[in-house]
Design a binder for this molecule. Structure first.
Ligand code: FAD
Length: 490
């Protein structure tokens, strides 16, 4: 007879604390199998890259290490989820699957729909739990803020991990083959570590010290690397829950640690984190359609040459190139620079947002579909309700990297130029070109577009679209569905 078991299915929640499904699963008498599934369809998905999976692998190894204390193992499978459960059913009688609800890509949404069918045919119960401040099946935002604050201040869901020893099944063989990919084994030291202990260090140092520079550094490409919390990959992959981070910041604030205003500002952004995912939960079609349907009429033909220059950081605009190169190497740039990179590609280069979004998601270590898509659409001017921001990369450079410290780090071709020439190296006169041995177009590309005319053209077209009857009608619909009562936050 097959042994009856329950399964805890880890997804983007790779932790043992503030984990309601784990807490609930441990209350039940059947043995519990701890499972993570690498789904080939997701490994191949164009939104993801090796960087993400090597981060997840590192997180899983860390999770396994934490589980050693309880003498239990984690079963890691490499197959589509239905296949994994079909195999498990041969060995065990799976009674209940516990997991967090996921606001993910269409690929995971479709998978979940298919699983509901499969589980029901197999007589398996699937219990899903709220993962953060995102509420399922909400039709508008009238009660959302209140619910968010009440969720964030509620007690965290603490599993009784000592019961793991009693209930869990030891890891046996892995399901599937080819794991891990060799490229996952050596971590690029330029990207953040997935280990919870390392994340805890980021959190602690932000709460006690780094938050003091939060306001001053948030827009600066170099300073922000230290003064922002840098919690995003830990939140996106669930190594920490949003509630854990919110509560840690709140405790620090009440204890007078760090900076009150810095901590407050970061906590508001934790609310934004869920606010954006909620948008995606309620309108997931924005992964592949324009938020405001009236913008379907905009024509944006793909220009492979321009896109390639943007992707490789060779546009001739030093701040754009430095940010792109830094992102490709480290997986992180701050909010303003992400917005500038997007704006440059979709407005100045007049490229469609989809390839832009795809490239960025692959190089953001913290890629979170629920934040990414609403942000991309907002920055691309596709909502019709937000101010259209067309960032001038030269102004961004002068304002936020006046001495070119960040630029010189990532665009070594410009290292020898004086600070005042770094923002517009193409303007260097012939004498200076000789002096610094720098010829625009030879050492470093001349700008691939005329910034001013490109800006004007994009602005005229977008504002024109906004004024149409269809554009206004769609904006009214979006406002009613997606904005919180009271002060607007996005
Ligand atoms: C085009 C674009 C795409 C983006 N894609 C992602 C993404 O895939 N994943 C992601 O986590 N963030 C995304 N962001 C938001 C933001 O840039 C990052 O959350 C932030 O830079 C992460 O750094 P931090 O952890 O130091 O943030 P902090 O400034 O310390 O903020 C604390 C936390 O609040 C949340 N947060 C901060 N800013 C925002 C914001 N504007 N919107 C929503 N949540 C926010 C994050 O979870 C962050 O970790 C995107 C922004 C833009 C403009």
């Amino acid at each position: 007879m097959r042994k009856p078991i329950n399964v805890l299915w880890f997804k983007r929640d790779l932790r043992l604390s503030d984990h309601e499904p784990l807490m609930e699963a441990l209350k039940i008498k059947e043995p519990l199998l701890l499972l993570y599934v690498f789904e080939p369809s997701l490994l191949r998905h164009p939104n993801y890259s090796d960087m993400h999976w090597s981060f997840v692998w590192e997180a899983l190894m860390d999770l396994s290490h934490q589980l050693k204390e309880y003498q239990v193992g984690l079963r890691i499978a490499f197959a589509e989820v239905e296949e994994v459960f079909t195999q498990l059913q041969l060995e065990f009688e799976v009674k209940t699957v516990f997991s967090h609800a996921e606001t993910g890509l269409k690929a995971t949404y479709d998978r979940d729909i298919a699983l509901i069918d499969y589980f029901s045919k197999e007589g398996i119960i699937w219990r899903e739990y709220q993962q953060n401040g995102v509420v399922r099946k909400l039709s508008n935002r009238s009660s959302w803020l209140k619910r968010w604050y009440s969720y964030m201040s509620a007690e965290t869901a603490t599993p009784d991990l000592n019961r793991l020893r009693k209930l869990s099944l030891l890891n046996k063989t892995e399901i599937g083959r080819d794991l891990p990919y060799p490229s996952w084994l050596s971590r690029n030291p330029m990207r953040q570590s997935a280990k919870r202990e390392k994340g805890m260090r980021y959190l602690k140092s932000f709460c006690t010290e780094r938050s003091k520079n939060y306001g001053k550094g948030i827009s600066k490409p170099e300073l922000s690397r230290k003064s922002c919390s840098r919690m995003s990959p830990y939140l996106s992959w669930g190594i920490f829950s949003v509630r854990e981070v919110y509560q840690a910041m709140n405790v620090a604030k009440k204890a007078g640690q760090g900076s009150k205003s810095g901590l407050n500002a970061a906590m508001i952004r934790l609310r934004w984190h869920c606010h954006f995912i909620q948008k995606f939960e309620m309108e997931e079609r924005i992964e592949y359609e324009n938020f405001n349907k009236a913008y379907d009429l905009l024509e944006k033909p793909i220009n492979a040459k321009l896109l390639a220059a943007w992707m490789t950081g060779t546009t001739g605009f030093p701040m754009v190139d430095a940010c792109m190169r830094c992102l490709r190497e480290t997986g992180y740039v701050n909010f303003r620079m992400r917005a500038m990179l997007t704006s440059f590609a979709v407005h100045h280069l007049w490229q469609p947002w989809k390839p832009v979004s795809m490239h960025l998601s692959r190089i953001f270590l913290d890629f979170e579909p629920g934040i990414h898509y609403p942000q991309i659409q907002m920055q691309a001017g596709m909502t019709g309700i937000n101010t259209i921001r067309i960032y001038n990369p030269i102004k961004q450079s002068i304002d936020h990297d006046p001495h070119g410290t960040f630029i010189k780090k990532w665009v070594p071709e410009l290292t020898d130029l004086p600070s005042d020439a770094i923002h517009k190296p193409w303007e260097l006169g012939p004498i200076d070109q000789q002096l610094f041995d720098f010829i625009p177009g030879r050492n470093y590309p001349i700008p691939i577009i005329n910034l001013d005319s490109a800006r004007k053209e994009a602005s005229d077209r977008l504002y024109g679209m906004r004024k149409t009857k269809a554009g206004r009608k769609e904006s009214t619909r979006i406002l009613a569905r997606h904005t919180n009562p009271g002060p607007r936050n996005a």
